[in-house]
Design a protein. Structure first.
Length: 122
Protein backbone atom coordinates (compact mmCIF):
# COMPACT_ATOMS: atom_id res chain seq x y z
CA UNK A 1 0.00 0.00 0.00
CA UNK A 2 1.37 3.38 -1.08
CA UNK A 3 1.14 6.02 1.67
CA UNK A 4 1.67 9.75 2.09
CA UNK A 5 2.21 11.10 5.60
CA UNK A 6 1.02 14.68 6.11
CA UNK A 7 2.00 16.39 9.35
CA UNK A 8 3.50 19.80 10.06
CA UNK A 9 5.91 18.25 12.61
CA UNK A 10 8.96 16.78 10.84
CA UNK A 11 9.83 14.60 13.83
CA UNK A 12 6.34 13.08 13.86
CA UNK A 13 6.50 12.47 10.08
CA UNK A 14 9.89 10.75 10.35
CA UNK A 15 8.78 8.64 13.32
CA UNK A 16 5.61 7.60 11.51
CA UNK A 17 7.62 6.78 8.39
CA UNK A 18 9.97 4.50 10.35
CA UNK A 19 7.01 2.79 11.98
CA UNK A 20 5.27 2.19 8.65
CA UNK A 21 8.40 1.10 6.80
CA UNK A 22 8.82 -1.74 9.29
CA UNK A 23 5.90 -3.41 7.49
CA UNK A 24 6.95 -4.84 4.11
CA UNK A 25 3.49 -4.32 2.60
CA UNK A 26 3.59 -0.56 3.26
CA UNK A 27 5.51 1.97 1.20
CA UNK A 28 5.81 5.61 2.20
CA UNK A 29 5.89 7.45 -1.13
CA UNK A 30 5.65 10.99 0.19
CA UNK A 31 5.72 13.36 3.13
CA UNK A 32 3.94 16.71 3.26
CA UNK A 33 4.23 19.49 5.82
CA UNK A 34 1.30 21.59 4.56
CA UNK A 35 -1.85 21.36 2.48
CA UNK A 36 -0.24 22.62 -0.74
CA UNK A 37 2.46 19.94 -0.64
CA UNK A 38 -0.16 17.32 0.20
CA UNK A 39 -2.53 18.22 -2.63
CA UNK A 40 0.36 18.26 -5.11
CA UNK A 41 1.73 14.92 -3.94
CA UNK A 42 -1.66 13.21 -4.02
CA UNK A 43 -2.12 14.35 -7.62
CA UNK A 44 1.42 13.35 -8.66
CA UNK A 45 2.08 10.18 -6.65
CA UNK A 46 -1.32 8.45 -6.72
CA UNK A 47 -1.17 7.02 -3.18
CA UNK A 48 -3.60 4.46 -1.79
CA UNK A 49 -3.71 6.13 1.60
CA UNK A 50 -3.01 9.46 3.28
CA UNK A 51 -2.31 9.64 6.99
CA UNK A 52 -3.26 13.23 7.73
CA UNK A 53 -2.63 15.38 10.77
CA UNK A 54 -5.98 16.91 11.72
CA UNK A 55 -4.24 20.21 12.37
CA UNK A 56 -2.26 20.50 9.15
CA UNK A 57 -1.52 24.12 8.35
CA UNK A 58 -3.45 25.75 5.58
CA UNK A 59 -7.07 24.57 5.75
CA UNK A 60 -9.53 23.06 8.14
CA UNK A 61 -9.64 19.28 8.11
CA UNK A 62 -13.13 18.88 6.64
CA UNK A 63 -12.39 21.09 3.62
CA UNK A 64 -9.07 19.35 3.07
CA UNK A 65 -10.73 15.92 3.13
CA UNK A 66 -13.17 17.12 0.47
CA UNK A 67 -10.36 18.51 -1.70
CA UNK A 68 -8.41 15.25 -1.43
CA UNK A 69 -11.43 13.21 -2.54
CA UNK A 70 -11.88 15.52 -5.53
CA UNK A 71 -8.32 14.69 -6.62
CA UNK A 72 -8.51 10.96 -5.88
CA UNK A 73 -11.97 9.62 -5.14
CA UNK A 74 -10.73 6.17 -4.06
CA UNK A 75 -8.12 7.57 -1.67
CA UNK A 76 -8.03 6.11 1.84
CA UNK A 77 -7.78 8.71 4.60
CA UNK A 78 -6.77 8.30 8.21
CA UNK A 79 -6.94 11.43 10.33
CA UNK A 80 -4.51 11.52 13.25
CA UNK A 81 -4.92 14.13 15.92
CA UNK A 82 -4.55 14.72 19.63
CA UNK A 83 -8.06 16.19 19.89
CA UNK A 84 -10.67 13.44 20.17
CA UNK A 85 -13.48 15.98 19.69
CA UNK A 86 -12.73 16.31 15.93
CA UNK A 87 -13.25 12.58 15.25
CA UNK A 88 -16.95 12.82 14.39
CA UNK A 89 -16.49 15.76 12.02
CA UNK A 90 -13.55 14.07 10.29
CA UNK A 91 -15.46 10.81 9.77
CA UNK A 92 -18.60 12.63 8.61
CA UNK A 93 -16.46 14.56 6.11
CA UNK A 94 -15.19 11.38 4.44
CA UNK A 95 -12.22 10.15 6.45
CA UNK A 96 -12.05 6.36 6.69
CA UNK A 97 -10.60 6.28 10.19
CA UNK A 98 -9.48 8.46 13.07
CA UNK A 99 -6.30 7.76 15.04
CA UNK A 100 -5.74 9.56 18.33
CA UNK A 101 -2.09 10.61 18.57
CA UNK A 102 -0.39 8.88 21.45
CA UNK A 103 -2.53 5.75 21.10
CA UNK A 104 -0.98 2.34 20.46
CA UNK A 105 0.17 1.86 16.88
CA UNK A 106 -1.82 -1.39 16.71
CA UNK A 107 -4.95 0.76 16.22
CA UNK A 108 -3.27 2.54 13.33
CA UNK A 109 -2.26 -0.73 11.69
CA UNK A 110 -5.77 -2.15 12.21
CA UNK A 111 -7.19 0.92 10.41
CA UNK A 112 -4.70 0.55 7.56
CA UNK A 113 -5.60 -3.12 7.16
CA UNK A 114 -9.34 -2.33 7.13
CA UNK A 115 -8.83 0.28 4.43
CA UNK A 116 -6.68 -2.13 2.40
CA UNK A 117 -9.38 -4.82 2.55
CA UNK A 118 -12.08 -2.34 1.60
CA UNK A 119 -10.05 -1.12 -1.40
CA UNK A 120 -9.44 -4.71 -2.54
CA UNK A 121 -13.15 -5.51 -2.41
CA UNK A 122 -14.07 -2.55 -4.65
Amino acid sequence: MRIIIADRDVIYRRTMKLLLMARPSLEVVGEAKNKDELLSQVADLNPDLVILDGDLSGWDTCNLISALHQIADNLGLIIMDGRPQIETDALNSGADAFFLKGTSSRFLFASIESIRLLKESN
